[in-house]
Design a protein around this ligand. Structure first.
Ligand code: ATP
Length: 312
């Protein structure tokens, strides 16, 4: 594929998942034998970027990895997925972000995340990427990097009339109010909506209420994802939110479903900007619904050729 100017720009994290499966979780000071080990590509930013790219839009990732094996490997992963890597920088000061994950037979896990190089992504790298940010159709950020960098990216996009999607994950309770005012679409899951609003979000009715509360804080539109229940969409300038249900599927592994949904949403906003937001959400539900039927995170994200033509 020849490289075009990116339509979707993601400013966010890259994490290498180091996963060991063992009969149980080790106690402090203990060494135990596991039965399987694998390395996976993760990080919310990279996941969302790769899902958008697989649907067929030119994407660019603005992120930082270490000058190490995992960093080199991650850059290759972006290239394999046709993501533009001109703004993936490497640092010798910190290692590539990594998540060491141990999973026991009951499916419970213990995880240590070291954000490493992700936290060194800052203003300078955003300035270097300004030509791509300025001409993008959609800019997407999360909170797995320094929140100040995410906010600055959203502000830069806004300044150039680029549509923004903000995914406040992992959620922080005292989110700077500028994140809301810089978001065209504020997209979160139930637990993030609950933490941000301080009200329980356990069902569709709660999500309708939470969406109103979040929009009052200044974003244009809100989407709250609800797992097998699909999502709730509150559009700009509309008084009532809409429940967008999704088809029942048999889930195998829901890890990364939220990232698949958001990556797909970014794709539709860039590819078919005039499409009503609830229709984009209906299609993103379908894409994420495919992802939950396969194992892994990025490994489960579908490509355009594996999806029904009516989604495009
Ligand atoms: P995760 O943290 O596992 O990445 P999340 O909690 O951020 O996910 P969810 O709300 O669980 O996000 O799921 C995102 C979207 O994925 C849903 O809106 C829906 O479209 C799809 N999805 C998730 N779980 C299921 C399921 N069991 N059946 C069908 N679709 C699902």
């Amino acid at each position: 594929m020849t490289e075009r100017a990116p339509d979707v720009v993601v400013v966010g994290s890259c994490m290498t998942d180091l996963v060991s499966q063992a009969p149980r979780l080790p106690k402090a000071g203990e060494t135990i034998h596991g039965h399987k080990f694998f390395i996976g590509f993760g990080g919310k930013g990279a996941n969302q970027c790769i899902q958008a790219a697989r649907l067929g839009v030119q994407t660019a990732m603005i992120c930082k990895v270490g000058k190490d094996f995992f960093g080199n490997n991650y850059i290759q992963n972006f290239k394999d997925n046709e993501v533009l890597t001109d703004f993936v920088s490497q640092t010798g000061d910190k290692a590539t972000g990594a998540a060491s994950i141990i999973v026991n037979e009951a499916g419970e896990n213990a995880i240590v995340i070291v954000a490493g190089a992700n936290m060194l992504l800052g203003k300078e790298e955003l300035q270097e990427a300004l030509p791509a940010i300025r001409t993008a159709k959609v800019l997407l950020c999360q909170l797995e990097i320094n929140p100040r960098t995410s906010l600055l990216a959203l502000e830069m996009a806004r300044e150039h009339q680029v549509k923004t999607i903000f995914n406040p994950a992992p959620a922080i309770s005292d989110l700077d109010c500028n994140f809301y005012t810089c978001s065209d679409v504020f997209c979160c899951n139930e637990s993030e909506a609950e933490l941000l609003t301080g009200c329980p979000v356990a069902d569709v009715e709660d999500a309708h209420r939470a969406a109103q509360e979040l929009r009052k804080r200044g974003c244009s539109a809100v989407i709250i994802t609800l797992g097998s229940q699909g999502c709730v969409v509150l559009k700009a300038q509309e008084s009532k939110s809409i429940h967008v249900p999704t088809a029942a599927v048999t889930p195998v592994d829901t890890t990364g479903a939220g990232d698949s949904f958001i990556g797909a949403l970014a794709f539709y906003m860039a590819d078919q900007p005039a499409m009503p937001l609830e229709e984009m959400a209906r299609r993103a539900n379908q894409v994420a619904g495919v992802s939950v039927q396969a194992v892994g995170t990025q490994t489960s994200f579908p490509s355009r050729q594996n999806l029904p033509a009516e989604l495009f």
